[in-house]
Design a protein around this ligand. Structure first.
Ligand SMILES: *Cc1c(COP(=O)(O)O)cnc(C)c1O
Length: 385
């Protein structure tokens, strides 16, 4: 049996990247490392669509989220957190831990945050110093309208801080054009790497806030240290050398594909997954779906945990379930990282088999046919008769 992982982080990693992890170590205070860091930073700027620096931290994604807040905002600052799921809640919980004053703008799971809600919150809280948002809410599969949020926040003194961790490379995200001041991502999702690195891009407006902040609550995560080190091509602390080497390999592959081509590819996989799940009579969960994963409700009467267990045990297909209050109620089929249309077809095929076995009403092959039609339509221009 072949194991296939369609989970929203970690994601499958290309073989050439895995092999790079086995390379011998070298000394990091060296021209060799400075050249490596320069190269990955330039590739990251390309993928983030920014001309500003992208800093590389040794930490999972939450580390860079914490670095952004702790470096830019003195304690007591008011932040508006846009919450459409567990990852929006992470912004709120982090902000509270850093003694920031949180204004929560929360929508029910499965919904995106309406930009009008942000507009109202900004009017009511003119003293807000930051707005925190999530591009792709991995807990529910929802995509938020970062471009619209960015326009609203840019008209105020507040910083616009975005978690694009599960969105980067899969969901359109234009850091500079959309006026994102601090854009946070990490290695284990669209960037096709193991967990362990995180990244943050920093706008001029954000640097001004960081330089003004006399109350940085960070040492390891003080972004000023990363800026200073990067000026000479260095990292302030011992970098996760092997991961940075491997990053270079994955980034080269992504850059060769092209960022707009990547967005189009994942949009195609998402369209296949949505068509397939609906063709097996499943209800999609996200009102506005992100392109990196597709979330469906587990049908009434079927045990969602049993369903995912059987998929993995019997067919080697690993999907993710729901978390917290959504446990057992949804399934999350991720199509981010190193996978393609045939992995999505395989997952849909196996899901049909398990659902049939569990007594769900569906026509075997219907999901695969629906997804295959989407794929065919995207590849061939229809012939005019
Ligand atoms: C995966 C993910 C994170 C991850 O945080 P880690 O610290 O890397 O576990 C944060 N935000 C979103 C939206 C994610 O999908």
């Amino acid at each position: 049996m072949k194991f296939r992982m369609l989970t929203p982080g970690p994601t499958p990693v290309p073989e050439e990247t895995l092999l790079e992890l086995a390379q011998p170590l070298f000394y990091h205070r060296s021209g060799q490392f400075r050249a490596l860091l320069r190269e990955v930073t330039s590739d990251l700027q390309y993928l983030f669509c920014t001309r500003h620096p992208v800093l590389t931290l040794t930490a999972s994604g939450t580390g860079a989220m914490e670095a952004a807040l702790a470096s830019a905002l003195p304690s007591g600052s008011k932040v508006i957190c846009l919450i459409s799921g567990r990852w929006g809640e992470r912004w709120r919980n982090l902000a509270r831990a850093l003694k920031l004053e949180v204004v929560s703008v929360t929508v029910p799971y499965g919904q995106a945050v309406d930009p009008l809600l942000l507009q109202a919150a900004l009017r009511e809280h003119r003293d807000a110093q930051a707005v925190c948002a999530t591009l792709s809410e991995t807990a529910t599969g929802v995509k938020n309208d970062i471009a619209a949020f960015g326009r609203l926040v840019a008209a105020t003194p507040a910083l616009f801080i975005v978690d694009s961790i599960s969105g980067l490379c899969c969901v359109e995200c234009r850091t500079d054009d959309w006026q994102i001041d601090l854009n946070v991502s990490s290695s284990q999702k669209g960037l096709m790497l193991p967990p362990g690195l995180s990244f943050v891009s920093v706008s001029d407006k954000a640097w001004q806030a960081i330089d003004r902040n006399r109350d940085s609550r960070a040492f390891y995560f003080d972004l000023r240290k990363y800026r200073e080190a990067l000026a000479t091509g260095d990292s302030p602390f011992t970098p996760a050398l092997s991961l940075v080497r491997a990053l270079k390999v994955s980034l080269a592959r992504l850059r060769a594909e092209g960022i707009e081509q990547l967005w189009a590819k994942y949009a195609r996989l998402a369209a296949m997954a949505r068509a397939g799940l609906q063709a097996m009579n499943l209800e999609l969960f996200a009102a506005v779906p992100a392109e990196g994963l597709t979330v469906a409700r587990v049908p009434e009467g079927i045990d969602g945990i049993e369903l995912l267990n059987r998929l993995e045990k019997q067919y080697g297909i690993k999907l993710a379930g729901g978390q917290d209050t959504l446990k057992g109620k949804i399934l999350r089929l991720a199509h981010m990282g190193h996978l393609d249309a045939f992995d999505v077809l395989a997952a849909l095929s196996a899901l049909e088999l398990v659902l049939l076995e569990l007594g769900h009403d569906l026509e075997p092959g219907a999901a695969v046919a629906a997804a295959q039609r989407v794929l065919a339509d995207s590849l061939f221009v229809p012939r005019v008769v």
